[in-house]
Design a protein around this ligand. Structure first.
Ligand code: ZN
Ligand code: ZN
Length: 241
C-alpha cells in the first residue's frame, strides 16, 4: 500500500509551500488509486490525478467542494454526506454509498467507516483501511471517536487531524461536541490503542503559519512522550507500507 499526501492544509486562508492545498490523500494498491476527500482546492485538478475512486469523510468545503462540477470517477460517501452533495454535477452511476453497518470494499481495499464527532451540519466518518497485509486508521476531521481503543486496534499507522497542536478547538451544543481534537489528544488515543506510528495532516494555522522545523520538533516530542513516532505530513509526501 502506498500513501501519497496530495494536500495537507485544513480549512484556513493561509497556505505555505509545504501545505498548499486542502487535505486529500491517495491510497494506491494493486495499481488502483483511491483518493480520500476532494476539497475546493482540487476542483479541476482532480481530473489530472486520475483516481479510480474517491472516498469522502464529510461534506465540508475543504473536503468535497472540488466535486461540485462533477467527478472523473465513482464517488463513495455516506448517505448523510450525499444529502449535502445532492446538487453536485456527479453522474448518477458514479454515486456510491458508504455503509456504516458493514465493510465497504473498493477494488481490493476494505473501508470500515466509523461515525465520529466533528460537525453537526456535516457528520463525519473516520476509516479503518485494510488490505490483507496492512491496516491503517484515517481519522479525517475529528474531535471524538467513540470506542477509540476498538476503532484503532491493530492499526499500523494512525493518520490524524492536525487542525490544532495544543489549543482545543472544541465546542458543545445539544449534548454533542464538535470541532477538532488536538494532536496531543489524538496521541493519547493512539497510546490507549497501542498504535505506535502517527502522521498528521489537515494542518491548521499553528502549523502552516509557523516555522516547519520547530513545529516538527514539537510534534515529534509530543509523540515521544507517549512512545509514538509522530510526524506532520506535507504536500507530496509518500509513505510505502
Ligand atoms: Zn476540514
Ligand atoms: Zn470538517
Amino acid at each position: 500500500m502506498k500513501i501519497t499526501f496530495l494536500g495537507t492544509k485544513g480549512y484556513i486562508d493561509s497556505r505555505s509551500r509545504r501545505h498548499f492545498r486542502h487535505t486529500a490523500t491517495l491510497i494506491t494498491y494493486k495499481n488502483k488509486k483511491i483518493m480520500i476527500d476532494c476539497g475546493i482546492d482540487w476542483a479541476k485538478k482532480v481530473w489530472k490525478i486520475k483516481p479510480d475512486a474517491i472516498v469522502i469523510t464529510h461534506a465540508h468545503p475543504d473536503h468535497v467542494w472540488g466535486l461540485k462540477e462533477g467527478s472523473p470517477c465513482p464517488v463513495y460517501a455516506t448517505k448523510t454526506s450525499w444529502k449535502s452533495m445532492e446538487n453536485y454535477l456527479i453522474r448518477e452511476d458514479q454515486r456510491k454509498i458508504i455503509y456504516l453497518s458493514k465493510p465497504n470494499t473498493i477494488f481490493d481495499i476494505t473501508f470500515n467507516a466509523i461515525k465520529n464527532e466533528h460537525s453537526l451540519i456535516a457528520p463525519a466518518v473516520s476509516y479503518r483501511i485494510s488490505t490483507p497485509q496492512h491496516t491503517i486508521f484515517y481519522s479525517g476531521d475529528v474531535v471524538y471517536i467513540p470506542h477509540v481503543k476498538q476503532a484503532l486496534k491493530n492499526a499500523e499507522l494512525y493518520i490524524g487531524d492536525a487542525a490544532t497542536i495544543t489549543q482545543p478547538l472544541v465546542r458543545k451544543k445539544d449534548n454533542h461536541i464538535y470541532g477538532h481534537a488536538t494532536i496531543g489528544t489524538q496521541l493519547t488515543w493512539c497510546k490507549k490503542a497501542g498504535v505506535t506510528w502517527a502522521i498528521f495532516t489537515h494542518c491548521g494555522s499553528q502549523i502552516v503559519d509557523h516555522d516547519g522545523r520547530k513545529v516538527a520538533a514539537q510534534i515529534r516530542k509530543l509523540g515521544k512522550q507517549k512512545g509514538i513516532k509522530a510526524k506532520v505530513a506535507y504536500d507530496g509526501m509518500v509513505i510505502n507500507l
